[in-house]
Design a protein around this ligand. Structure first.
Ligand code: FAD
Ligand code: SIN
Length: 524
């Protein structure tokens, strides 16, 4: 089956949806999503979206906070661009129907999170992402030029490679003509041909044992670009959220938003002792890398299974009003957060690196743009400032929309693309092998490539992963295509890229902390 469009959008989170809405008045758009439309990281976002709204906050302060969190590796031009475009893009979300909380005086109720010097996070209670997803979907489903394909799993980008032409990573002229995707309900491969493709397939959290990310986050888009010989960078910078709810067996881990610490929550050991002051003078509101490492250290030092957030001393009515979902979730586990500590542990949360894009949001592959969590724009550097990712997604999707609309007339749908080649793949899906290999991958990544790393741990991870890689490629060659197998293959690819780039970085910086290159003692 073949579908021809002007724009193919891979992913239905904030980046994909906002891009589609911006180009669709002038072009035919297909959005594909590997599960149901709303199963995205975007839907799970709690804290909110950062942006300068009122004085005395200023662009300069937001820029400085972003640069400090990024530990010297942010691209300052990108930081300035994103921060200065925040108000206009947030306004667009509001025009599309997103409701951000307001105070009694009619002004927006701005929250504060780790690493921010000001209250500047717009939010909808403690489920901002769900509200954004709701508003954009409501707008988009009425659009006559947008066709949505749920349960369509993108397998590979189509390039000259599929026309029998050899491409290498050094080639400057690789072009993307769309993607092959598996229509999961009909079990058939669809060839999506596009003049321009926009990739927004989100994060990678599921390559770790504990993650806040929903199951869709297996790094598919980044792996596809890497296989298509595109440039991927900064993969060593994986952000662990310090405070996921400690509830063994639950996947994804339920997030306890950083905004709850901005509201007055204090990190304590299970026996009630504060500890963050030992690590950073900003205490419980230090940037995430510092807080996650401090928690990791405390847990290992004392053998705790978790640490805690104490919000018992805050105003209980306001607490319940601001964080109704967290309150309900805790109650469902017999934790009354107005009286009890909330048990928390760090969990894989966000990837700062990914597909390298330029200031137009263009990747190294022609006719292919990327934005959102799968892209590496230069905004986050070595560590992302809280609530800057929804902002980055919408700003870069806007940049990509403006640029690609100007380019669209230069391109035609490529007519010479063959059907998907499934020669030799007759074996039925071996679920036991796939499940076990995925678990092994998660174990390797969590044990050796987590919050604290070392040369030896990285080498061990690399050696173990090589075995998994060979076994999986062999299986892939022979087996009928399936989303599980593709996800495993992609996830191993992502693990490989993280380890490779982590091994190359001979220093501790931001989220990449290694025992072999201790940080100069940085007490903030
Ligand atoms: P996503 O929203 O993850 O969407 C990815 C899409 O790609 C999905 O539709 C998926 O189906 C699709 N996809 C993936 N692979 C394939 C494939 N092979 N084929 C077809 N489709 C595919 N950031 C903030 O700024 N503020 C917050 O408060 C905040 N809170 C968060 C809380 C949680 C629990 C989590 C997990 C993240 C949070 N983040 C937050 C991060 C932020 O939500 C994400 O970085 C952002 O939403 C990513 O948007 P996206 O559009 O790039 O991708
Ligand atoms: C949170 O609400 O703590 C998550 C915010 C983010 O990841 O930016």
């Amino acid at each position: 089956m073949e579908i021809k469009v002007d724009f193919l959008v891979l992913g239905s989170g904030l980046a994909g949806l906002s891009f589609a809405l911006k180009v669709a008045d002038n072009a035919k758009v297909a959005i594909i999503s590997k599960k149901s439309f709303n199963e995205t990281n975007t839907s799970y976002a709690q804290g909110g979206i950062a942006g300068v709204t009122y004085q005395p906050d200023s662009y300069q302060k937001h820029i400085e906070d972003t640069l400090i969190a990024g530990d010297g590796l942010c691209d300052k031009t990108v930081v300035e661009l994103v921060v200065s475009k925040a108000p206009e893009q947030i306004q667009k979300l509001i025009e599309w129907g997103t409701q951000f909380d307001k105070k009694a005086d009619g002004n927006y109720d701005l929250a504060k999170e780790g690493g921010h010097s000001m209250h500047r996070i717009l939010h909808h209670r403690d489920n901002t992402g769900f509200e954004i997803q709701r508003a954009l979907f409501a707008k988009l489903k009425k659009h006559p030029n947008i066709q949505i394909y749920e349960n369509h799993f993108a397998i590979d980008l189509i390039t000259q490679h599929h026309m029998g032409i050899t491409v290498t990573r050094q080639d400057k002229d690789i072009e993307c003509y769309g993607a092959y995707a598996l229509d999961v309900d009909r079990n058939q491969i669809v060839k999506f041909l596009s003049k321009i493709t926009f990739l927004a397939t989100g994060g990678i959290g599921n390559i770790y044992q504990t993650t806040t990310n929903p199951i869709i986050s297996t790094g598919d888009g980044i792996a596809m670009v890497y296989r298509a010989k595109g440039i991927v960078e900064n993969m060593e910078f994986v952000q662990f959220h310090p405070t996921a709810l400690f509830n063994p067996g639950e996947r994804p881990s339920f997030l306890i938003t950083e905004a709850i610490r901005g509201f007055g929550g204090i990190l304590k050991t299970p026996d009630g002792k504060e500890f963050m002051h030992k690590y950073d003078k900003r205490g419980s509101l230090a940037p995430r890398d510092i807080v996650a490492r401090a928690i990791d250290t405390e847990m290992k030092l004392h053998g705790f299974e978790h640490v805690c957030i104490d919000v018992t001393q805050t105003n209980h009515d306001e607490l319940k009003q601001h964080f109704p979902n967290i309150y309900e979730k805790c109650l469902s586990l017999s934790i009354d957060m107005t009286k009890d500590f909330i048990p928390v542990v760090p969990a894989a949360h966000y990837l700062c690196g990914g597909i390298k894009v330029d200031l137009n949001s263009s990747t190294s592959i022609k006719r292919l743009y990327a934005a959102g969590e799968s892209a590496s724009t230069g905004l986050h550097g070595a560590n992302r400032l809280a609530s800057n990712s929804l902002l980055e997604a919408i700003v870069f999707a806007d940049i990509a929309a403006n640029h690609s609309l100007k380019e669209l007339n230069n391109y035609e749908n490529q007519p010479k693309i063959p059907e998907w080649n499934d020669e030799g793949t007759s074996l039925a899906e071996e679920m036991v092998l796939i499940t076990q290999e995925f678990k092994e991958l998660q174990m390797i990544m969590s044990n050796y490539v987590g919050i604290v790393r070392s040369n030896l741990r990285l080498k061990r991870a690399f050696d173990r992963l090589e075995i998994l890689y060979k076994e999986t490629e062999e299986l892939y060659e022979k087996t009928t295509i399936s989303p599980h197998l593709c996800e495993l293959r992609n996830a191993i690819n992502i693990g490989y890229l993280i380890i490779k780039m982590a091994k190359r970085r001979k220093e501790s910086r931001g989220l990449h902390y290694t025992l072999d290159y201790p940080q100069k003692n940085k007490m903030h």
